[in-house]
Design a protein around this ligand. Sequence first.
Ligand SMILES: *[C@@H]1O[C@H](CO)[C@@H](O)[C@H](O)[C@H]1NC(C)=O
Ligand SMILES: *[C@@H]1O[C@H](CO)[C@@H](O)[C@H](O)[C@H]1NC(C)=O
Ligand SMILES: *[C@@H]1O[C@H](CO)[C@@H](O)[C@H](O)[C@H]1NC(C)=O
Length: 444
Amino acid sequence: MYLSQVLLGAVALLPAVVVGQLSGKVGPLTTHAAKTAKKTCSVLDYGAKADKSTDIGPPLAAAWAACKTGGTVVVPSGDYAMNTWVTLSGGSAWALQLDGVIYRTGTAGGNMIFVGAVDDFELFSSTGKGAIQGNGYEIHAQGSRTGARILRLNKVTNFSVHDVVLVDAPAFHFSMDTCTNGEVYNMAIRGGDWGGLDGIDVWSNNIWIHDVMVTNKDECVTVKSPSKNILIENIYCNSSGGCALGSLGADTAISQVHYKNVYTWSSNQMMMIKSNGGSGYVEDVVFENFIGHGNAYSLDVDQYWSSMSAVAGDGVQLSNITFTNWKGTEADGASRGPVKIVCADGAPCTDISVTDLAMWTETGSKQTYTCRSAYGSGACLKAGSAASYAAVTSTQTAAPAGYTAASMAADLKTAFGTTVSIPIPAIPTSYYPGAAPYSAIAGA
Ligand SMILES: *[C@@H]1O[C@H](CO)[C@@H](O)[C@H](O)[C@H]1NC(C)=O
Ligand SMILES: *[C@@H]1O[C@H](CO)[C@@H](O)[C@H](O)[C@H]1NC(C)=O
Ligand SMILES: *[C@@H]1O[C@H](CO)[C@@H](O)[C@H](O)[C@H]1NC(C)=O
């Protein structure tokens, strides 16, 4: 365990201390036990039935209405169907205890569960077995990605989401936007093997996301704009798209983001910063302790990202960004080298640092580093800061010292595809080689 992890572990018990890239305390203001003691609203008392066919939507909304000014809404263990979605907006000091499994049966778009404008909120499973099964394959098998997100939090403050499993979203799994002082942890997210089925997307302020596994083929844990003070640790991208900042467009404002202990297996990239034109900034960002195996790209900054239509502007200004301690292997280093830092000619990157990066190819015996309009130190970066420059590529023909890195025992061997039901996994007990989760898994 790293010293800083030990310190952070202690901080969880002493929330007043500010650490990492966080600006202060995260999490709910009162415990779920205190909320439960005040008032408990079980969906079974509002018409829900654990028969996997009665719509839990109206009973869940009614239970929430009864507990939303202080209390715990409980979905007891059992199988439920959700045919209509719920908008749980307003209230304060309430919790949602999801011990059952909710199966999507409705077909509307939007969000199966939308939580908005609440202070002091907690969504959790007391058993670690609570889950939402989106059954996205029923839609994906038709060649379509329309349909609902599973979970969206909007304008939620002082909150946590933990020990729940989200599976096979028709669209995205979990988005958190315009939220403040949140903690997200001990989660497994497992979706179809297709783009557009994002794991966690966050654009918010002062959020700690840790001990999360994502399986899909798009965003693992991705930060969008605007965001500030985001700490993301112990992330297992178990056959995913990979983590990213972006896509970034006009007036981007991202600062004080710290990713640490990110393990990426068989994904599109280990970390991508993606934009095409645009304006604004990304600054004061650290990507620390990354392990990759079998990924297409590894460190991938692409400010001419071809999957995105160009946005007006000279480019998002990237500055003071550190990549440190990156180890492992990439799928094919000759076609997609482990370092690609392609910055906007209209806004060259400054103060980029690549230190202690040692990666090697799994195929063939050479790999490349490519830099364009990028300044700083390490890899192919040019010193100083000045004008734009065309892409320069260096080729390595020998493995760097110290590139070997551990694998996770549970790496996904075969993706889940998009045409058959995806099983609900157990919440993992480790998310990064050698790192224990910060909090015990519920029910373990
Ligand atoms: C969130 O909690 C902090 C204390 O940590 C408090 O100062 C703040 O007012 C709370 N936010 C809201 C919107 O009530
Ligand atoms: C660069 O970013 C790091 C990490 O956020 C921060 O600690 C440091 O103060 C920044 N340096 C400058 C010169 O702003
Ligand atoms: C990764 O996915 C595989 C396939 O489902 C699963 O067996 C494994 O448990 C996952 N990893 C973890 C840590 O859960």
